[in-house]
Design a protein around this ligand. Structure first.
Ligand code: SAH
Ligand code: SF4
Length: 442
């Protein structure tokens, strides 16, 4: 999400005559696009700001801005805490960046804009693709989040949920396709709750209003994008288990170019903890969704999850429920974290962060260990089978090999052949480890 935002920011500033550089030393303006999800993410930013101190000493005219979630969370406070910072801009004020920078240059004063918007989706801004491989790209389809998961800071830092005009999304995808891109990923905190109408793009307003004729839902949008070209692969992330619909699963099933892969974060396998997290589903509901996916799309559909260990009051038995949920689903992959209390969230205000760090970390190790076993188990099922792979480039480890992905989002490494980067090839899988498949061109 942040990467996609950086591409929007680059586009806004490019129009003002700025250009990108990979070299901090030669830059006149450094903008740090930040995340507040876990405390560690913010600590990383503070460390990077310290590193920039030396550059600023050598070049006092250098302007430094902190953008995104951390800016939104801390607002003016950040200017006092981090003296080196000149600009603080929240996720809905990127259009104001040229002004904010000019303020610093012309008035020699620090600039802050952290106003959140009910409608902003940056829909008419064509992102500048950063570090692109020219083959895969992200398209932001919505902003903000109206869910109130008790552990999560996102609703506070990114504001209310709004959906981007579907026609601007389709145009962006068509344009990428014309430029030779072969895969797009539709991005949002909760893509399945995408809802747009001509009258309003704000989810709350849309649900309250009685005189709205036509609503475009995520399944409609997915189908519109899928129809652009059978050669353009479509992925999406993230799906909230409470919102993913049978219609979405049917679109995946019906269109070969919509990838057989769903990121469906469970967070926990225990219903009491899920309730406390305010996820609004329980273990059985989640398992039913997984069952729907396996029935409609097939058991080979890639499924991944996010998990949090050591959430407030989680008992050993409740943690074991997460392990048993994993045994039940057998995920292809997971992002796993230990709980990090975030200021202002429901959990911080209502519940005690009472699981000692040592236990949070031990539980995390246990789920990581299990996930590795499951990833290997799932990957082994691909051996001796043929897969359509979109070739993304040279393998990181050797220029004699290429890398690409299957529809199920599995990375495949195979011996190099000329002129196939950016095209689809059939690969027979010969071997694997828990992270990667190894194959040969068919
Ligand atoms: N919108 C997505 C999640 C976005 S945040 C969803 O609802 O699934 C990405 C992941 O960060 C979350 O799924 C969660 O596992 C993790 N996360 C969020 N807040 C956290 C916190 N306070 N401590 C630890 N992990 C957290
Ligand atoms: Fe955070 Fe929950 Fe929204 Fe995801 S759905 S961004 S976890 S509040």
């Amino acid at each position: 999400m942040n990467f996609s935002d950086s591409e929007i920011i680059a586009s806004i500033l490019k129009k003002e005559g700025y250009s990108l550089t990979n070299n901090y030393e030669e830059s006149d303006l450094i903008l740090l696009n930040t995340c507040s999800i876990r405390e560690k993410a913010e600590e990383t930013i503070r460390k990077r700001l310290k590193n920039f101190n030396n550059i600023k000493k050598r070049k006092p005219s250098l302007i430094i801005g902190v953008l995104g979630c951390m800016a939104e969370r801390l607002k003016e406070k950040l200017l006092n805490e981090e003296r080196i910072v000149d600009i603080v801009a929240g996720p809905d004020s990127y259009r104001d960046l040229p002004n904010l920078v000019n303020n610093v240059i012309n008035k020699e004063e620090k600039s802050v804009n952290t106003i959140l918007s009910l409608e902003e989706t940056y829909e008419n801004i064509e992102p500048v693709r950063i570090n692109t491989n020219g083959i895969t790209a992200f398209i932001s389809i919505m902003r903000g989040c109206d869910n109130m998961c008790s552990f999560c800071v996102v609703p506070f830092t990114r504001g209310r949920e709004r959906s981007r005009n579907p026609f601007s999304i389709v145009n962006e995808a068509k344009d990428l396709n014309k430029k030779g891109y072969k895969e797009i990923t539709l991005l949002g905190q909760n893509v399945d709750s995408y809802k747009w109408s001509k009258e309003t793009n704000n989810k709350k307003k849309l649900e309250k209003s009685n005189d709205i004729n036509e609503i475009i839902h995520f399944s409609d949008l997915l189908e519109m994008v899928a129809k652009i070209s059978p050669d353009l692969r479509v992925r999406f992330s993230t799906s909230h288990p409470k919102d993913i619909t049978i219609d979405v699963l049917k679109v995946i099933k019906n269109y070969e170019n919509v990838c057989n892969y769903i990121h469906l974060p469970a967070q926990s396998g225990n219903s009491r903890i899920l309730k406390k997290m305010n996820r609004t589903y329980d273990r059985d509901w989640y398992l039913n969704k997984v069952n729907d996916i396996k029935t409609i799309i097939g058991s080979e559909c890639g499924i991944s999850s996010d998990f949090i260990t050591g959430f407030c009051s989680e008992t050993e038995n409740e943690h074991n429920d997460t392990l048993s949920l994993m045994d039940n689903v057998i995920y292809d992959f997971s992002y796993m974290f230990y709980y990090s209390e975030r200021p202002g969230t429901l959990a911080q205000r209502k519940y005690e962060d009472d699981i000692p760090l040592k236990i949070k970390k031990r539980r995390l190790e246990e789920i990581i260990k299990k996930q590795n076993i499951h990833s290997l188990e799932r990957n082994r099922l691909t051996i001796d089978k043929d897969y359509k792979v979109l070739v993304e480039g040279n393998s990181k480890k050797s220029n004699d090999f290429l890398k690409g992905r299957t529809s199920e989002n599995k990375m495949v490494i195979f011996p190099k052949k000329d002129d196939i980067i950016g095209s689809y090839v059939d690969v027979k899988i010969k071997d694997c480890n828990s992270a990667t498949l190894f194959g040969e061109l068919c």
